[in-house]
Write a protein that binds this ligand. Structure first.
Ligand code: SIN
Length: 327
């Protein structure tokens, strides 16, 4: 039997052990409850919840989804039921599942993020926290993910509230992804999710107005994949932090590309809009592909495409630590 298991955070006190490297991406799989009625979600590597905010949110005006060539735009606006309902009604169900659930959190201030982490800390059914600093569809949604200092301060504040596995999800709309990634990595993140959607738009030529109610949205799907792959590669080449790749993955081959670029696991998102079973199909395809290629352990190919690292290419960890201490 090919080995698809992933120890996502080696050395972490609690760890995050996955039966395979295929997770669902936040915002594309609800909180897993509906899909649990459709197929065996326990076969997934992990589920990442919809973004959770302190208070329930109704989300943005319709339309909130439009198709594009090789992708789609969404401008949901973080619609969700809020932390109280998650802790009361949803987490107890997650606690009955074998598949790990990672809670994605989003806030309007550092204090919001810290409070969310505090309330989730130690919650049965929650195996880790993914900090969303890259939502393009709300006021200030990108504020913490585009400036290394702000990203660092936020990560540090969340880290102080929890020793649970902590992932930070970065967006692609930055000048230098390695700068932001380094700031986050040196402020206590255990792993990075790369990447969120890319801010984008469409115009409705009948109404002569933006096609989305919010005006713009986030581009996802296969159109995003080469950008995501490049960012995973760039960060993996420079930093020693586990990476979960995300962006346009629809097949086992896509997954393998991300692993070879340096990701240890991947998140599948937009593909589930076409085929709700896409993550499971990818896991099955991966097993098949490994058998055919004679690959026994999938983690053996992580980073296979990366050049040997030269000292001059690594980010100065001491400099990042000094930055953290100044905050
Ligand atoms: C949304 O709710 O608008 C999407 C979430 C995200 O892009 O982080």
């Amino acid at each position: 039997m090919p080995n698809l298991t992933v120890e996502l955070l080696p050395g972490h006190k609690r760890g995050l052990f996955l039966s395979n490297p295929v997770l669902t991406a936040s915002g594309t799989f609800g909180n897993g409850l509906e899909y649990a009625k459709v197929f065996d979600i326990q076969l997934l590597g992990a589920i990442v919840s919809k973004a959770i905010t302190l208070r329930p949110r109704r989300g943005n005006a319709q339309p909130r989804i439009v198709e594009t060539a090789a992708g789609m735009l969404n401008s949901i606006g973080l619609q969700n039921i809020g932390i109280e309902a998650i802790l009361r009604d949803v987490a107890p169900l997650w606690a009955t599942w074998r598949v790990p659930v990672i809670a994605n959190i989003a806030g309007e201030s550092i204090a919001h993020y810290a409070e969310l982490a505090r309330r989730l800390d130690g919650t049965p059914g929650v195996s880790g926290i993914e900090v969303n600093v890259s939502c393009p569809n709300v006021e200030n949604g990108l504020e913490f993910g585009t400036d290394p200092k702000a990203a660092s301060a936020l990560t540090y504040a969340v880290r102080r509230e929890t020793d649970m596995p902590l992932l930070v999800k970065l967006g692609p709309n930055v000048t230098d992804i390695v700068d932001i990634a380094a700031a986050v990595a040196n402020s206590g993140a255990d792993a990075l999710t790369l990447i969120n959607t890319f801010p984008a738009m469409r115009i409705d030529i009948q109404t002569r107005r933006p096609a989305l109610g919010w005006g713009s949205g986030g581009l996802s799907g296969p159109a995003l994949k080469p950008i995501a792959l490049r960012m995973v590669y760039q960060v993996a080449r420079s930093l020693d932090i586990p990476i979960v790749g995300c962006g346009g993955i629809v097949s086992a081959e896509d997954t393998i590309e991300f692993l070879m670029a340096g990701a240890r696991a991947v998140q599948v998102g937009t593909a589930t809009f076409r085929n709700p079973r896409a993550p499971l199909d990818i896991i099955e395809e991966l097993e098949d592909l490994m058998r055919r290629q004679g690959v026994d352990d999938l983690q053996g190919i992580v980073g296979a495409a990366l050049p040997a690292r030269r000292e001059s290419e690594t980010v100065d960890a001491a400099a990042s630590e000094r930055l953290r201490q100044r905050l």
